[in-house]
Design a binder for this molecule. Structure first.
Ligand code: URA
Length: 257
């Protein structure tokens, strides 16, 4: 389905129309429990559940840092490194162009994402797709979308620091494999986890931060924008800033500050 630009603007609560300036019109994560056949002392066959070995975070991170896409996906799919795995239906690895210039990072899956195994497919996802369309981007085309955590936090609460820490090596590896030109952190959870700095989104927007040498811009989370109409105009400002920054990066000029 393709929405017109006016539909998108309406959806974002930003009519009259926004315009782009100058735009022509090794070590896998702990494995899942394995069932094994064994024999009881009386000779009766029993099934023993072998609990996964809990691999220390540093050792896990060292294994993950060299994984290629297939191994990384497999490792996420079987991950039991934090308690979030207990409530999940599907892991939500990330979606899009694995060589994208644009990387959008959210917080963690909600109910719809958990059911489908794809990030941002609920209401917030629709708004994200419209935000992308407003800057002439499309999910999967030069865009990758990922989250800080790959399993749904119960009740859509924020991921706990320990949960985010266990998932961090996966996101790091995704970023290293994608090598995006620009990262857009969607909301405070993404910004704080990537920048290791506890600050409000309001104070982090409008600047070019760095994530391991990659420029990073912070904007509001689409779910927050759905609840807070006035911030949509600010999100549009952030998207324009991101587009200007990307143009600067593509042309090899220093990114604007
Ligand atoms: N919110 C997020 O941060 N990520 C999703 O995938 C969905 C909603």
């Amino acid at each position: 389905m393709s929405a017109s630009r006016d539909d998108i603007m309406k959806e974002l609560g930003l009519t009259p129309v926004w315009r782009l300036r100058g735009a022509p019109a090794a070590e896998p994560a702990a494995a899942a429990p394995v069932a094994m056949a064994a024999q009881a002392p009386d000779g009766e066959p029993v099934t023993v559940r072998v609990l996964p070995k809990v691999v220390p975070l540093d050792a896990r991170a060292q294994g993950i840092v060299n994984m290629e896409w297939p191994q990384l996906k497999e490792s996420v799919a079987g991950c039991v490194a934090c308690p979030l795995h207990k409530g999940r239906n599907k892991t939500v690895f990330g979606v899009g162009d694995e060589a994208a210039e644009w990387l959008f990072i959210g917080e963690g899956p909600g109910a719809e994402e958990d059911a489908k195994g794809e990030p941002f497919v609920g209401q917030a996802g629709k708004l994200l797709d419209n935000m992308l369309a407003a800057i002439k981007l499309k999910r999967g085309h030069n865009v990758y979308i990922a989250n800080v955590v790959k399993c749904r936090p119960p009740g859509n609460r924020n991921p706990e620091p320990g949960e985010a820490a266990q998932c961090e090596p996966y996101l790091h590896r995704q970023i290293a494999l994608i090598k995006p030109r620009l990262i857009v952190a969607l909301g405070k959870v993404a910004a704080v986890n990537l920048l290791k700095r506890d600050a409000a989104v309001a104070s982090m927007r409008g600047k070019i931060h760095q994530y391991q040498g990659i420029p990073l811009i912070v904007t509001y989370h689409p779910a927050y924008l759905l609840r807070s109409l006035p911030e949509k105009a600010k999100a549009w400002t952030d998207l324009c800033f991101a587009v200007d920054t990307m143009r600067g990066l593509q042309s090899g000029k220093a990114a604007p500050m």
